[in-house]
Design a protein around this ligand. Sequence first.
Ligand code: C3B
Length: 834
Amino acid sequence: RKPRLDFAERKGQAQRMLGLMDVFLKNDPISLQKDILHHVEYTVARSRFSFDDFEAYQALAHSVRDRLIERWHDTLIHFKKEDPKRVYFLSLEFLMGRSLSNIVINLGIRDQFADALSQLGFDFEVLAEQEGDACLGNGGLARLSACQMDSLATLDYPAVGYGLRYQYGLFRQVIVDGFQHEQPDYWLNFGNPWEIERVHITYPVKFYGTVTDEFLNGEKCKVWVPGEMVEAVAYDNPIPGYGTRNTINLRLWAAKPSDQHDMESFNTGDYVDAVVNRQRAESISSILYPDDRSYQGKELRLKQQYFFVSASVQDIFRRFKDTHKKFDEFPEKVALQLNDTHPSLAIAEVMRVLLDEEHLSWHRAWDIICKIFSFTTHTVSPEGLEKIPVDLLGNLLPRHLQIIYDINFNFVEELKKMIGLDYDRLTRMSIVEEGAVKNIRMANLSVICSHTVNGVSRLHSELLRTKLFKDFYDLWPHKFQYKTNGVTQRRWIVVSNPSLCALISKWLGTEAWICDIDLLIGLRDSATNAELHQEWKMVKKVNKIRLAEYIEAMSGLKVSLDAMFDVQTKRIHEYKRQLLNILGIIHRYDCIKNMDKNDRKKVVPRVCIIGGKAAPGYEIAKKIIKLCHVVAEKINNDNDIGDLLKLVFIPDYNVSVAEMVIPGADLSQHLSTAGHEASGTGSMKFLMNGCLLLATADGSTIEMVEEIGQDNMFLFGAKAHEVVALRKKGPTLKVPLQFSRVVRMIRDGHFGFEDYFKSLCDKIEGTSDYFLLGADFMSYLEAQAAADKAFVDEERWTKMSILSAAGSGRFSSDRTIQEYAENTWDIQPCRCPF
Ligand code: C3B
């Protein structure tokens, strides 16, 4: 590449360039229209006299992107100049959804674009619908990363996100005859205007090979001779903050064949095979694993983890070395955040670079490691912790395995000094798990090497301290903290519920709550105001209409707007107990069927909505989806029932579907068996949108009760500390008749497919009811009855709804991120001047 100009030359050039370019792009209607047409003609390459909605969306997106890039450049230059300590957020998953609306709102130019478009004869909302979702993640963990990026940018923190640019995002769920089928999500087919390909930002990533001992300046050192090399190419995704010029970077890596790879084969004349082989490198970043919590010891998955970690670590070192010479300054400039154990190979990789490439002593390198890493776990059960078979790791990354062994050796020696020869405990705490298959425990590695271990809610943290990581907590209590999760109100109110957004701003007399969520509490003062009630109900109605139209378009089912819209949307898991919901619905159906006409008049009509994906190999979860469909088929076609009860399964639940479903919900259900949901973030989105919660005392729900009061929620079920005792009771546990009756209905073929559902029923009866559906059933029905009762009292319901939204401030990711910045990463805001 051409060398860069020196400073004097650059200054002269810059003057000239400034003269050629407007300082910044303008946002008046004419400029915006010109810009959009320019992109129609020259970027999309359609005639400006003939283009459709999708092409208009593309041109619009490029006009927005131009404005985004200006701010992104300014921010990166500002960070470079100020050289603050940065946090590097490493996550294998980011669930971004759509970007257009979010970006124009954060940039403060949505209305200007909407005006410009309407003068061109287009509707902003219609064009925004053209965008596909970026689903580079599975569920809560991945959406949390996306919300946290929004908050990092908004709060002006100098942060960089690192992840993988999968070519296939999370599978699309299609339902055929009530069964889930998976289709690949080749999301880049139509281009992605929100990323910037950086062909010159590439790093080699090495795999396999051997490690040899060599001497360098008389000192023995390890040399890794790799057997394979691929190239990581950077794709940058600018993330704009709201109410600030700051626009931070989410850098996603794509794998490409390396120029140095396979040079030998090219000389052998086997040209075609060699090229085809090279192509295989791209498979590393091709697909997102669709199971969010069982680890199968697959080599490709490990390759993905190391690939993204290695590229990110090289990038971080390059940035540091641009301005610093001494590695002792590293911890003053770098905080590395591990989002779950997925990126925890970064520990061994940083150690390897410091030892083998920068030639620091073990002691100095280890000192740095202990100061830079922080780890957040999202898991509750020991089975959920990631393990990597030693053979697999040793083959793919031989030097890293050595380093992990060395870390473990030093740790165990230290530990013996502290606790003596308590072999049980030493075995539990070791990074290496002995057994038929020897494994590396990534969680132990992360806990040992991080200065801080965070849980994602208070209850979760307690479970970490007393159960999952008890041995470590007893040793290092100071390491253990928690930051209750949060979600961004920009996406979950401003973008997805514009009517509620306008209403809140009107009643608070300010838009400041969009950055300062605590102001929402001000709504409490008007919680009984009749005028607010009127407007609040109108907003809910508008959103229910939107949702009802979607349901009708999707399934042909017409639903009554007077009914309570009762929603449970999230990944399908046994512990999340969608099955409890369905059993409750069957019970309700059965009751209505057995009522006389008069009693039916008293029934509160419901539209029950369930949505979520099951991991492709998770049989039981797939059966739950099928059960939902057969029950829906029966109920929805029963003339006795009519509008009193409807059941809808919303297929392919993703971020953009959530944006439509959540604002339209009256009630939402969060039914995890207590002690199993680390936090839960869906509930926070519903709460912000004034939706009432029916929930167990689990994860972050417990903290919600503190904010909005028990009277404003429908709580039920065993508490976390009772669950263990209930399980111990096993066969002697009493199960209500109502429960046995609904299970019997399924077993007897009331809904068909009885053979197929047998294993599902077996899982919840007798001693096998691990998630305690039977034990919680009565309490669940009581909570449902309480919800019905509250719903008919419109005034009470509306007040509860207002108080829910008013009390949701603590669950903003702004609060979470500020706590991380202050208590874990030790970073300061670095605001780009306007
Ligand atoms: C989830 C947990 O199940 C949720 O309780 C939690 O709110 C979110 O993470 C975010 O912290 N989770 C997930 O989505 N994937 C995992 N592998 C583990 C946890």
